[in-house]
Each structure stands twice: as structure tokens, then as C-alpha cells.
Design a protein around this ligand. Structure first.
Ligand SMILES: Cc1cc2nc3c(=O)[nH]c(=O)nc-3n(C[C@H](O)[C@H](O)[C@H](O)COP(=O)(O)OP(=O)(O)OC[C@H]3O[C@@H](n4cnc5c(N)ncnc54)[C@H](O)[C@@H]3O)c2cc1C
Ligand code: SF4
Length: 522
């Protein structure tokens, strides 16, 4: 039952507070108790739905989560306006809509939480400069550490390293620490976390929901918002409320965490989600906080009586306390120039199969089709299949970024960009990672069952059916020899290349040129 909200009188100290679609944090201090003179606004705006070609599930998840959040706030007694895409007061962008609301004279102040994305932060700062009312920006109260912590950790260091940062975050919060030392005697159990899924393993199905988002999808279609991918609007499965997210977290701790670390790099045609948490959307829109996710997982590990090993829990904590916060630190340290970096001068357009999955490369076909159906692929599919292919083939990182930003339900620029342009495409020349994440078919075959069902032969690099990953891998090393050979972490590749017969190197170059020439037909 919704409690009635008394109408607010304008022009008598009423403050307008903007809640962005990724700021659905009910534990934020704004929401401790309803204030008489505050009105909250959430808005569906065209610009946000079109800045990339988004997956329809991503748009539905954002709007669905925003609507549910607005209802939750109303039921707690807060005054909330919710502007839908077709509401005449929704003026196409945050800036224009806020400006027009504030120009109405109903409000005497405007407040917003610091946006996580550079684009939105700039737009709202510009709006704040143009409006006549008092404006205040507050923290979003979500992340474990702020950009200043990141700067402090790396003060005096020549380069950023995730490991150093991760240890400092663990020390600060005492995650998996005892007497100042990491539990288990080591900070990192990554080496134990690279197992292929055994044929006998049957990962539990993902916990899904069956929400009806038909009215949202209809609204998006009516507004002619272009989108990609498919959706079942009457049975939408993603967690879009805090209650859903807490259930997913609980399910993860009970059913998936015991094997999370071991198989976090595995890929399988029959198991799309394996032991992954599927929490990234809920985390990124702040339905749930990184701290509570980590603490719940650590509690499950402590209470598991050894059933959850240190490798599993450490692997999980590292993703959130390490990678997620590290990526955010890099983003704010290096924007806006970061989004223009193209160290390898890659310029080829993205082939059609990134949009339809229609390719004979089984690994790429699986990763893309799954992404179109689920708006999800796990980390290694993103990094070592689609990302690997894109870097080896020299695809323009701006096109690669746009694809990742659109297709994944969890894609917000602050986390997508350092992962894609940095970690996956090495377009930053080594700011995020110390070397490009590239591999031949050998790695994909080791970690998945993709190669056994493929048109291409994972053992071959020259023949008619030689795997394109093999040919392009060696060609990539030759193409970028000048830029990469001094990198100690790729030394082994160059040493192997040195031992290769000149005729083989020539054959690889020729075959790679053919592949790249016919890239749309692979
Ligand atoms: C090219 C590329 C693009 C990516 N784009 C995004 C993106 O737009 N948004 C996004 O949230 N993640 C992105 N990631 C990171 C990672 O792939 C996803 O966070 C993860 O697949 C989400 O699924 P999950 O919740 O089941 O994760 P799990 O495997 O269960 O991991 C738990 C959590 O750890 C965090 N995490 C794990 N790895 C990373 C990472 N590298 N960076 C940041 N957080 C991490 C996520 O919050 C995730 O929910 C990208 C990775 C790559 C290689
Ligand atoms: S053989 Fe090559 S293209 Fe085919 S699945 Fe394996 S790595 Fe992918």
C-alpha cells in the first residue's frame, strides 16, 4: 500500500533532488527519513537510452529498477516524481529536463549525487552553472574507496598495479585479514583459479525472476529507441529490486561460491553463467553495495566449515575489492583523454558477427549469441573471446567500446572503458594491464569446449581451416613488434617467434592478410 504523499508547495524552500538510474541506493543518507521540503525526481530520458545502441534488456533493467525504486520511496513516505520517456516534462536529456523543472519556479534548490560517468558529470555541472537556484553535489556513498585513496596509493609510483591497490583496500577494510596479514598466507590465489569445467560438472541454474516489463518495452518501442538483442517481456529474469539482489547474493553464497574461484575462467557451451554471481547490474546501479556483497560472501566462507576454500572466497573478493574499485580509480585518474587512446593504432571496423553471431568461429558465435540473448557474457568470454579477437584483428577501439557499452546489462562507462579500451584492447598502452591479453586457440581450447565443435581446427595456423586466432596471434606479434617486443611480459612470444622458420613467418603473414581481407566471411 502506498502512503499518500502531501503535495509540496513550490517557491517555499522546496529542494529538487535528482536520482540517476544508477543511483538506486536506498541506504544513502538522503533516504534516512522523508524531509518535508524535498522532492525527488527520476527520469527516463532519450539521451541515456541512445548514447549507445543498448541491449533491450539493459534498457528494461534500468527503467524497471528505477520505477521500482520510485515506488519503494513513495511507500516510505518520500515525495517522488517519475518522468517516463513519453512524459512531456522529459526533455530528452538530464540537463534539459532538470533545467526546465527548475525554471518552472517550483523549486528553490537543486541537489544531485556525483555521477559515476564523466559525460553525465560534465552535463550536470553545466546545468548547475546555468540554473538560478542553489545547487549542491553530494557523494553517492557506494564505493569502498574514493579517487583520492587511489591517488594516494599510487603517489610516487611509476605505474598503477591492481595488486598493490587491492592489498591496500583489503588492509583498510580488514577483508580476509588476520593480525595484519592475509588469511591463508597469500594475497592472491589466482594460480589455483584457472580450471576447465570437468565434463561431469553441472553448475546450478541461475536464480532468475519473472517480472513483467511489457509496458517498459512498449514505451521504448513507441519512442523508436534503437536497441539490440532479445527479451521475454513477461518473464524478465534479472534482479531489478534490492530484494531481488539480496536473493541473488544469498543464492550465490550458498550454491555458487564454493566453486566460484576454481572455474571463474572456464567457458562452456551448455553453461552460460557457470558459477558467476550475476550481481554486476545490481552493484552498478547501487541496489546493493560492494561492502555488503563482500561481507556476505566472507560470512558464508567462515560459516562453511571448510566447504568453501580460501581460493574461492579470495577470488571473489579480488574481483570486487580489487578490480572493480581499481577500474574506477583509473577512469577518474585518466578521463577524458582515456577514451581517445589508441596505442596500437587499430582502425578496422567491427565485423557484422558482433551484431548477429553469424560466424563459423564457434567461440565467437557462442559468446555473441549468448550476449544477444542474455545481455551477459562472463569476464573470460568478454576478455579472451570477443576482446581477444578484436585486438588480434586490429578493430578500432572506439567501435569495440561502443559494442561493449551497448550490449551488456552492467555496462556503464566508468567500468566498461578501462576494461575494454584498457585491459582488453591495450589501447592505453599499458595503463590498466602490463601486457595485452591475447592468445591463440590454445588458451580457448584449454578453458572451454568451444573448439571441439568448431569449423576451424584449433591446432592449425596455416591451412584452409586453420583457426583465425592462431594465425592472427602470431601476425599480431609481428605487426606490433616495435611497440611490444621490449615488454618483458610478452618476451616468451617473441622468443618463440625468433625460433620460427622464415618461411613459416611469411606464410603466417600471408594467411593473416587473407583472413583480415575476408574478415566479414570468417
Ligand atoms: C572487455 C570487458 C568489458 C567489461 N565491461 C564491464 C562493464 O561494462 N561493467 C561491469 O560491471 N563489468 C565489466 N567487465 C568486468 C566483468 O566482465 C563483469 O563485471 C562480470 O562479467 C559481471 O558478471 P558477474 O556479476 O556474474 O561477475 P562475477 O564473475 O560474479 O564477479 C563478481 C563481481 O566482480 C566485479 N568484477 C569482476 N571483474 C571485474 C572487472 N574486470 N572490472 C570491474 N568489476 C569486476 C563485478 O562487479 C562482478 O559483479 C568487463 C570485462 C571485460 C573483459
Ligand atoms: S578453433 Fe579457433 S575459432 Fe574455433 S572455437 Fe577454437 S579458438 Fe574459436
Amino acid at each position: 500500500m502506498q502512503r499518500p504523499v502531501p503535495p509540496l508547495q513550490g517557491g517555499c524552500g522546496v529542494i529538487l533532488r535528482l536520482i540517476l538510474g544508477d543511483q538506486l541506493n536506498i541506504n544513502h543518507s538522503w533516504f534516512h527519513e522523508p524531509a518535508k521540503n524535498v522532492e525527488y525526481v527520476l527520469m527516463e530520458v532519450r539521451e541515456e537510452a541512445t548514447y549507445a545502441r543498448h541491449h533491450i534488456q539493459k534498457i528494461a533493467a534500468f527503467f524497471g529498477a528505477m520505477q521500482s525504486f520510485a515506488e519503494d520511496l513513495r511507500s516510505r513516505g518520500f515525495a517522488v516524481r517519475y518522468l517516463t520517456l513519453d512524459d512531456p516534462e522529459s526533455r530528452g536529456s538530464f540537463g534539459a529536463t532538470v533545467k526546465s523543472l527548475l525554471d518552472s519556479g517550483r523549486y528553490d534548490g537543486f541537489e544531485y549525487q556525483a555521477p559515476d560517468e564523466y559525460r553525465v558529470r560534465e552535463a550536470l555541472a553545466e546545468t548547475a552553472r546555468r540554473v538560478k537556484v542553489r545547487t549542491q553535489v553530494v557523494e553517492s556513498e557506494h564505493f569502498l574507496v574514493e579517487p583520492a585513496f587511489f591517488q594516494k596509493v599510487f603517489a610516487g609510483h611509476k605505474r598503477y598495479t591492481m595488486e598493490l591497490f587491492y592489498r591496500e583496500v583489503r588492509r583498510r577494510y580488514g577483508f580476509l585479514m588476520e593480525d595484519g596479514e592475509p588469511i591463508g598466507g597469500r594475497w592472491n590465489f589466482d594460480a589455483e583459479n584457472r580450471k576447465k569445467l570437468p565434463a561431469s560438472a553441472a553448475p546450478p541454474p541461475p536464480l532468475t525472476f519473472a517480472r513483467d516489463v511489457t509496458s517498459i518495452v512498449d514505451r521504448v518501442r513507441r519512442a523508436k529507441i534503437p536497441s539490440i538483442g532479445s527479451i521475454a517481456p513477461t518473464a524478465f529474469g534479472w534482479a531489478i529490486t534490492r530484494g531481488d539482489a539480496l536473493q541473488v547474493l544469498d543464492y550465490f553464497c550458498r550454491e555458487l561460491l564454493p566453486h566460484f574461484g576454481s572455474y571463474q575462467d572456464a567457458m562452456h557451451t551448455d553453461h552460460r553463467f557457470l558459477f558467476h554471481s550475476r550481481l554486476s547490474f545490481a552493484l552498478n546501479v547501487k541496489l546493493i553495495s560492494p561492502r555488503e556483497v563482500i561481507e556476505a560472501a566472507i560470512e558464508a566462507w567462515r560459516g562453511s566449515d571448510g566447504a568453501i576454500s580460501i581460493e574461492q572466497i579470495e577470488g571473489f573478493v579480488r574481483q570486487i575489492a580489487g578490480w572493480r574499485e581499481f577500474m574506477r580509480g583509473i577512469y577518474w585518474a585518466r578521463m577524458p583523454e582515456y577514451r581517445t587512446l589508441n596505442f596500437l593504432e587499430a582502425a578496422r571496423p567491427l565485423p557484422h558477427y558482433f551484431w548477429d553471431g553469424d560466424t563459423r568461429m564457434n567461440c565467437v558465435a557462442h559468446a555473441v549469441k549468448q550476449s544477444l540473448e542474455e545481455s551477459y557474457a562472463h569476464h573470460i568470454q568478454r576478455l579472451m573471446v570477443t576482446g581477444n579477437f578484436a585486438i588480434l584483428a586490429g578493430i578500432d577501439p572506439t567501435e569495440v567500446d561502443a559494442w561493449y557499452l551497448g550490449i551488456y546489462i552492467d555496462a556503464l562507462e566508468w567500468v566498461e572503458l578501462p576494461n575494454t579500451r584498457g585491459m582488453s584492447q591495450f589501447a592505453d598502452g599499458g595503463i590498466v594491464g602490463t601486457k595485452p591479453y591475447t592468445s591463440s586457440a590454445q588458451y580457448i581450447n584449454k578453458m572451454s569446449n568451444y573448439c571441439s565443435g568448431c569449423f576451424y581446427n584449433f591446432k592449425d595456423k596455416f591451412g584452409e581451416r586453420g583457426c583465425p586466432f592462431n594465425t592472427l596471434y602470431w601476425d599480431f606479434l609481428m605487426r606490433h613488434q616495435e611497440k611490444l617486443e621490449k615488454n618483458p611480459r610478452i618476451g616468451m612470444g617473441y622468443r618463440q617467434l625468433d625460433k620460427m622458420a622464415p618461411a613459416d613467418r611469411t606464410a603466417i603473414k600471408q594467411k593473416a592478410a587473407e583472413i583480415l581481407d575476408q574478415i566479414e566471411e570468417l
